[in-house]
Write a protein that binds this ligand. Structure first.
Ligand SMILES: *[C@@H]1O[C@H](CO)[C@@H](O)[C@H](O)[C@H]1NC(C)=O
Ligand SMILES: *[C@@H]1O[C@H](CO)[C@@H](O)[C@H](O)[C@H]1NC(C)=O
Ligand SMILES: *[C@@H]1O[C@H](CO)[C@@H](O)[C@H](O)[C@H]1NC(C)=O
Ligand SMILES: *[C@@H]1O[C@H](CO)[C@@H](O)[C@H](O)[C@H]1NC(C)=O
Ligand SMILES: *[C@@H]1O[C@H](CO)[C@@H](O)[C@H](O)[C@H]1NC(C)=O
Ligand SMILES: *[C@@H]1O[C@H](CO)[C@@H](O)[C@H](O)[C@H]1NC(C)=O
Ligand SMILES: *[C@@H]1O[C@H](CO)[C@@H](O)[C@H](O)[C@H]1NC(C)=O
Ligand SMILES: *[C@@H]1O[C@H](CO)[C@@H](O)[C@H](O)[C@H]1NC(C)=O
Ligand SMILES: *[C@@H]1O[C@H](CO)[C@@H](O)[C@H](O)[C@H]1NC(C)=O
Ligand SMILES: *[C@@H]1O[C@H](CO)[C@@H](O)[C@H](O)[C@H]1NC(C)=O
Ligand SMILES: *[C@@H]1O[C@H](CO)[C@@H](O)[C@H](O)[C@H]1NC(C)=O
Ligand SMILES: *[C@@H]1O[C@H](CO)[C@@H](O)[C@H](O)[C@H]1NC(C)=O
Length: 657
């Protein structure tokens, strides 16, 4: 931590949001300094396009220019009409991927259509105004990189000063004011700054997915066209699934986007707004919705029901917001009961709400759903104990303890070394095996190692295909697989997957090279879910999906190794994985203060500094064996973990030669 940020944190008394220290990592922050951004280059032109100074003239019907903002942006376009004739008119089209640049249509954001014809263009008819013009707020695009301006009349039109007014995270002054940071060297990869870049790409993706509550996607408009003026929450800004689409609250997505938000901007109020949307829609049966408005599917998904409950725990763990927890507590406990009622004579939950993240074959005594139910019970026990409801905490913990051996007896395939999908199949999925490790359903380290090994059978050059959604790479589930490899002690393998899957997404010229794709096919194409709802409309795929940002929290939680285990970090655990890397540093804040770690592995030493707030306590698990000292004094770790109180500590390990 630098002196500057320390002063910022300490000088203002009890709790103020404090900024992460500045350093070389700031160069990788995608968030711009100003909310007004300008295109940086012309990507292509067609017809008669001429430029004078920074102005452009389009002459004749169909002449167009495509401008490149160089990264993913969102918000209304403004420009200055310098010269128009009475009959001049233009149209605007937008796209995330450069593959879909077209003067006649935008990439699809509203409805799938195999010929990409749904959204069309935004017509600005004659007579054009002269002077300053701004796109109507309802027709702003929620996510794009390329803007095409086309002349739609025989006349000429001259304009200049094209800009986009970024309208996400409206409640913060500077989009670059992060409360966390991450920086690491990745010397064996083609781009040594990759890990730092992907951390910031994930952070920026979640920022652009944090939208004003009244700018959700409105399904009620004719095609061609689109509208982003639907209320998807009640107040402020809301964390949604994606920038271009759906611009709705989806509880599963929070399983990844919420931890990303915590370690980068700590803008948790927008997650609380999302959870409020979901609880307000709870049905009399106790069922929580599959998604927020306007899709508003209720009671269709047992797994997404569980994700709202898990998100509740995660939000309260990070924020310590017990007042809000008390406010939703009766809804929460009804939600747990709703799942308990689905447990059948096998002792496993039987899924009847089969909607899920897009996978097929959901249903029955499904392993992924039961792993989620287990997480609901273990985390529900923590929530109940934080509210001093010890009877309920015991009841949840008892049910969790009962479920774990049943899960293992019924679903573990010893010959495959993986969990099967349900009781009537030998098929093994990516989601359940990853989540079983992450949620601690494994009974021993051998099992976790075997799952980590088994999952690699699904790998290709572009990442991990999810066998439960054939021909599909699902970075949402990939984010849990990354965690599973680290937990299994296979850090280098996790980095290998990170390079393949997130390296592909960040660098491929098909993408916006700044925010992260919703998903893609095994061969790297954008035909995500073509046979599963997206009808071969590759333009519909979102390029800024919070559920694909797994690496951001994974790098903070497993490479830095910094995790909080009690509300606001009252207790914490530092367990870095060196994973073949020489160096990492970073941290984040909670209302208790700054948590930071810096470690290096060099010349026979592993050295670390660990900074946590006074009054907290935690453990440091060493990633290497050797002669240990803490704050200069010899120390004898118990089971390779040191117990420390809050404050600054230096830990040095001289490796055994
Ligand atoms: C292109 O447009 C400019 C400006 O309107 C005009 O002077 C020129 O004649 C046009 N050229 C062609 C080939 O149409
Ligand atoms: C140029 O665009 C910016 C951003 O929309 C605006 O603030 C400024 O007033 C514009 N300048 C002119 C001359 O239109
Ligand atoms: C709890 O659920 C009911 C619907 O069953 C809803 O009306 C209410 O707003 C919810 N309470 C909270 C705090 O979200
Ligand atoms: C524990 O599990 C049993 C059996 O599924 C169920 O009847 C009971 O409601 C559960 N208790 C809680 C607190 O969830
Ligand atoms: C069990 O899993 C298989 C493979 O995913 C799936 O095809 C089947 O439909 C599932 N069974 C039930 C009852 O859902
Ligand atoms: C739980 O009990 C402890 C000890 O009495 C108290 O400090 C704490 O405020 C209580 N928690 C809540 C959420 O009421
Ligand atoms: C995993 O579960 C076992 C009980 O089955 C428990 O002893 C252990 O502490 C759990 N580990 C974590 C990290 O929660
Ligand atoms: C680990 O747990 C699995 C599932 O219960 C069991 O089949 C296996 O024998 C255990 N392995 C070891 C080494 O204890
Ligand atoms: C990639 O996969 C998609 C979907 O399976 C297919 O439509 C496309 O033709 C493939 N592209 C190449 C270059 O093989
Ligand atoms: C690690 O710490 C030890 C003990 O303080 C010191 O002698 C050594 O130079 C340090 N190594 C590095 C690479 O910082
Ligand atoms: C430390 O040594 C023990 C005993 O040889 C071994 O089991 C363990 O894996 C080692 N730990 C690390 C982090 O290398
Ligand atoms: C913590 O360490 C930083 C340097 O990394 C130092 O500036 C600061 O004074 C230390 N804080 C405390 C409370 O010791």
């Amino acid at each position: 931590m630098t002196l500057r940020s320390l002063l910022v944190c300490l000088s203002l008394g009890t709790y103020v949001a404090c900024l992460a220290p500045s350093g070389p990592w700031d160069a990788f922050n995608f968030a711009p300094a100003s909310r007004t951004v300008y295109p940086v280059s012309i990507r292509e032109t067609s017809g008669n396009v001429s430029s004078i100074g920074d102005g452009l003239t389009l002459s004749g019907d169909g002449s167009y220019v495509t401008l490149d903002f160089a990264f993913e942006v969102a918000g209304p376009i403004s420009l200055y009409f310098d010269d128009v004739s009475e009959s001049s008119s233009i149209a605007l089209s937008f796209t995330e991927s450069p593959l879909f640049i077209s003067p006649t249509t935008s990439d699809d954001s509203d409805t799938v259509s195999a010929d990409m014809s749904y959204d069309g263009v935004l017509n600005v008819p004659a007579p054009l105004p002269t002077g300053y013009w701004t796109q109507p707020a309802a027709q702003m695009r929620g996510g794009f990189r390329f803007l095409t301006i086309v002349s739609t009349s025989d006349g000429a039109v001259s304009f200049s000063n094209v800009s986009c007014g970024l309208n996400f995270m409206p409640h913060v002054e500077s989009l670059r004011d992060y409360s966390g940071y991450f920086y690491a060297a990745d010397p064996k990869y083609v781009d040594q700054n990759f890990l730092t870049k992907i951390w910031y790409a994930g952070a920026y993706t979640v920022q652009i997915d944090t939208i004003p509550y009244d700018t959700g996607r409105d399904p009620n408009h004719p095609s061609p066209g689109w509208a982003n003026n639907y209320p998807i929450g009640n107040t402020g800004a809301v964390l949604v699934d994606g920038a271009k689409r759906d611009r709705s609250v989806w509880p599963g997505d929070l399983g990844i986007s919420l931890p990303t938000q915590f370690v980068s901007t700590n803008d948790l109020v927008t997650t609380r707004n999302a959870l409020d949307t979901l609880y307000a829609m709870q049905s009399a049966s106790g069922a929580l919705p599959y998604s927020g408005p306007p899709i508003s599917a209720t009671a269709g998904s047992d797994t997404y029901h569980a994700w709202t409950l898990v998100g509740t725990y995660t939000y309260v763990l990070y924020s310590g917001d017990f007042a809000w927890l008390q406010h939703v507590w009766s809804n929460y406990t009804r939600g747990v009961e709703y799942l308990a009622e689905k447990v059948d004579e096998t002792g496993l939950l039987y899924v009847t709400g089969v909607l899920d993240w897009g996978r097929i074959g959901q249903g029955g005594n499904n392993a992924e759903a039961n792993a989620l139910y287990y997480k609901v019970l273990t985390s529900g026990a923590d929530l109940a104990s934080w509210l001093n409801d010890t009877d309920l905490a015991d009841a949840y913990a008892t049910n969790a303890s009962a479920l774990k051996p049943i899960f293992n007896d019924a679903l573990w395939l010893a010959d495959r070394g993986m969990y099967r999908d349900n009781l009537t199949t030998t098929f093994c999925a990516q989601d359940s095996n990853s989540l079983a490790v992450v949620f601690n359903l494994t009974e021993n380290a051998t099992q976790a190692a075997s799952i980590s090994e088994g999952l690699t059978a699904n790998w290709g050059v572009y990442g991990a295909t999810a066998p439960e959604l054939p021909d599909t790479i699902a970075p949402f589930i990939g984010g849990f697989e990354l965690q599973a490899h680290f937990i299994a002690g296979r850090g280098a393998r996790a980095l290998d997957l990170l390079h393949r899957e997130w390296g592909y997404m960040l660098y491929t010229p098909l993408s916006v090279q700044s925010t992260l794709l919703e998903g893609y096919t095994t061969n790297g194409s954008l035909y995500f879910r073509s046979t599963d709802g997206y009808d071969y409309d590759a333009s519909y795929t979102s390029h800024a999906h919070g559920w694909s940002t797994g690496p951001t929290s994974v790098l903070s939680f497993y490479v830095l190794g910094l995790q909080i285990t009690g509300p606001q970090g009252q207790t914490w655990a530092v367990a870095p994985h060196t994973a073949g890397l020489p160096y990492a540093e970073g941290g984040y804040e909670t209302p208790l203060g700054w948590f930071g770690v810096r470690w290096s592995l060099d010349e026979g030493w592993w050295n670390a500094t660990v900074c946590t707030p006074e009054g907290t306590s935690g453990s440091v698990t060493l990633p290497v064996n050797g002669t240990v000292s803490v704050d200069g004094d010899a120390a004898a770790p118990d089971d390779s973990a040191l117990q420390l109180s809050g404050g600054n500590h230096t830990v040095s390990v001289q490796l055994i030669a």
